[in-house]
Write a protein that binds this ligand. Structure first.
Ligand code: ADP
Ligand code: MG
Length: 644
């Protein structure tokens, strides 16, 4: 009859350095069977743990063969080896090796979480084990609050959870007092009586004496074997409801990750805060550029007809500055014709801007007007009061209105006289009385604070004197013509409208700022990623032991990987939420301040950008977690278990 475990010529060597190695197991051969309760005894350092680790599939680096139910462990691939530990082996350690962040119940359930066992069966089994091991009422306790004996009973319950054939206990009573030790041995004995193979490594002769068979190791060889007990086991009862292995589910890996994050609350909150600041800069940038985008489009379409192109002519030596119209030169008839013939130009409207040579007379007072301009077809300033000027009427800026009276409503309808003088000779070229029809609202910009007036072109034209036509309003027949028209105008040596180019300058300024901010955001995102990376690396080192425990109870390398990636994703989610939170608060405050200055909501807080921010955060964190996760999953199970 085939034995459950057949070991043949098992040799284990540890490399000490390049040309020296130590042979720990020197060719062991023996068999073990169902229902046996075997003690392996021997001096410390005689290779007992090494043997147990090899049998348990934790260490595959040996010579010779270990056959389980006729199958050679050497032929198992990584996944089969993980499944073997999960389903066929129950490990019990001297130092208990419970997972400190799990409750008693969670520790017991852990092996079954990586199997197809239905939840209902899991609960039933766990509850049976709890009562069998005297742990009722301990379900929600944390391992740190248990006594040694209790911890070892939890470890035994965990080892039995997946109903394995083989229980391997490495000095299970080594850390326990006499009473507890006896309890544990009795328990193990009863487990063997059920038909399982129980192998106990022990120092204690007392423990060994209770076993049916004693194998003594000395200097890596078997110095004594009391022989297979005369036990005609097993009835080889089929396992009720065969379970099979499956990977750790996503919910479980997130739960594990969440527990780990909670364990290091302060550190993780700080990291999330740091990373959150990076995300904040990105989200704030998105808000800002969207807000400014809205603002610019509003400006373009509300204030100016997008088909309108303003053309002026400036002498070559003129130092052109925004709103400096003193250098404007009149167009000749030929030039007007040339411009009107540009393809795509639908109409040309003549206009005149007079600066620094107009005075206003009202009652006995007189005021100098900084700029008198004619209006054009689509001229549509924001009016504080009144309406656009008809023939014989004028609209004036707020600052000009202020010098006439305080009550704007009563200013409408008042008559004022404008006197336009020739710049050089001071002779009057036009003097006329207008009725005030409206007052233009100041938007706070320097230009809007000037004293200005707007009249119809016909009103400043007299028989003796045509005003200089120094601005032309070209209307394009469609939006797609506008750019061609503008480039033609420039080619002819004229200027394209100052308002539009002011807007362009604002846009290009904003673009520069945006690029700068984007750079900062990019750098902070990289820094965020590195922070997450470092924190997870530290976490891998701190939890090496825990990784070893999980591997010992059957977690696959990929399960370990997904736990760490989940941890990265959770940190990313936390950072994202923190970052978005800061961004929304700061943006809301900044918006209020900016609104007072500019009169517009420059920062657009919006849901899509909030989601983008969180998504970016989670994405970067997952990316950053890949390296530590790969490192964690690549750790050798035996090495990690030995880690302190
Ligand atoms: P036991 O459990 O019987 O006390 P071990 O199996 O733990 O003994 O160790 C047997 C021998 O192998 C000891 O001399 C020990 O120093 C050595 N050994 C164990 N693990 C390693 C290792 N990872 N590298 C090198 N030598 C090791
Ligand atoms: Mg040992």
């Amino acid at each position: 009859m085939m034995a459950l475990i057949e070991i043949k010529d098992l040799i284990k060597e540890y490399r000490i350095n390049d040309n020296k190695s130590q042979q720990v197991l020197k060719g062991l051969s023996f068999s073990m069977n169902h229902g046996e309760f075997i003690a392996i005894v021997g001096e410390s350092g005689s290779g007992k743990s090494t043997l147990l680790n090899i049998i348990g599939g934790l260490d595959s680096d040996y010579k010779g063969s270990v056959k389980i139910g006729g199958k050679n462990l050497k032929d198992f691939n990584f996944k089969e080896l993980d499944d073997y530990r999960k389903l066929n082996i129950g490990f019990i350690f001297q130092s208990f090796n419970l997972i400190p962040t799990y409750t008693v119940m969670e520790n017991i359930l852990a092996p079954s979480d990586m199997t197809t066992m239905p939840d209902k069966i899991k609960k039933e089994k766990a509850s049976k084990l709890l009562s069998r091991l005297g742990l009722k009422g301990y379900e929600d306790k944390m391992p740190s609050s248990l006594s040694g004996g209790e911890k070892q009973r939890v470890a035994i319950a965990r080892a039995l959870m997946n109903d394995p054939d083989i229980i391997l206990a490495d000095e299970p009573t080594g850390a326990l007092d006499k009473n507890n030790a006896e309890n544990i041995v009795t328990l193990l004995k009863s487990i063997a009586a059920e038909g399982k193979l129980v192998v106990v490594v022990t120092h204690s002769q007392k423990v060994a004496n209770q076993c049916d068979r004693i194998i003594r190791l000395e200097y890596g060889t078997i110095s004594h074997d009391s022989g297979m007990a005369v036990k005609n086991n097993p009835e080889n009862k089929e396992k009720a409801g065969k379970i099979s292995s499956k990977r750790l589910g996503i919910i479980h890996s997130f739960l594990i990750a969440y527990k780990n994050i909670r364990k290091n609350k302060l550190r993780n909150v700080l990291v999330s805060l740091g990373t959150g600041i990076g995300i904040f800069s990105v989200v704030a940038l998105l808000f800002l550029s969207r807000g400014i985008g809205n603002y610019v489009t509003n400006q373009m379409y509300s204030q100016t007809n997008p088909l309108l192109v303003e053309v002026t002519k400036v002498s070559d030596n003129a130092n052109r500055r925004f709103l400096n119209f003193t250098q404007l030169e009149p167009f000749s008839d030929a030039e007007i014709k040339q411009l009107s013939e540009i393809p795509g130009v639908a109409s040309v409207e003549k206009g005149c801007i007079i600066t620094g040579s107009t005075s206003l007379f009202f009652n006995d007072s007189n005021e100098n007007i900084a700029m008198l301009s004619t209006i054009y077809k689509d001229f549509s300033p924001d009016l504080k009061e009144g309406s656009l000027p008809e023939s014989g009427q004028i609209i004036i800026s707020e600052s000009l209105a202020n010098s006439i009276g305080k009550d704007y409503a009563s200013i409408i309808g008042k008559e004022i006289t404008l006197k336009i003088e020739n710049n050089n000779s001071q002779s009057v070229v036009n003097e006329k009385t207008y009725t005030i029809s409206g007052i233009i609202e100041s938007d706070g910009s320097p230009a809007s604070r000037l004293k200005t007036g707007y009249v119809n072109f016909a009103d400043i034209t007299t028989e003796q004197n045509t005003p200089p036509i120094n601005i032309l309003y070209l209307t394009a027949s469609s939006q797609k013509d506008v750019d061609f028209i503008k480039s033609d105008i420039k080619r002819f040596g004229f200027n394209v409208n100052s308002r539009d180019s002011a807007l362009n300058r604002i846009i290009s300024f904003i673009n520069t700022v945006t690029i700068g901010l984007t750079g900062i955001a990019a750098v902070s995102l990289v820094v965020s990623g590195i922070m997450i990376l470092v924190v997870l690396f530290i976490s891998v080192v701190e939890r090496t032991k825990e990784i070893g425990i999980l591997r010992a109870i059957g977690a696959r390398a990929s399960d370990i990987k997904s736990i760490f990636i989940s941890e990265g994703a959770l940190l990313g989610l936390g950072s994202g939420i923190i970052g978005v939170f800061i961004a929304v608060i700061i943006s809301a405050i900044a918006n209020r301040i900016l609104y007072r200055i500019t009169g517009t909501q420059l920062i657009a807080i919006n849901l899509p950008n909030i989601f983008t921010g969180i998504l970016i955060s989670v994405g970067i964190s997952i990316l950053a977690s890949l390296i530590p996760a790969t490192k964690a999953s690549g750790l050798e199970p035996v090495e990690s278990l030995r880690h302190e």
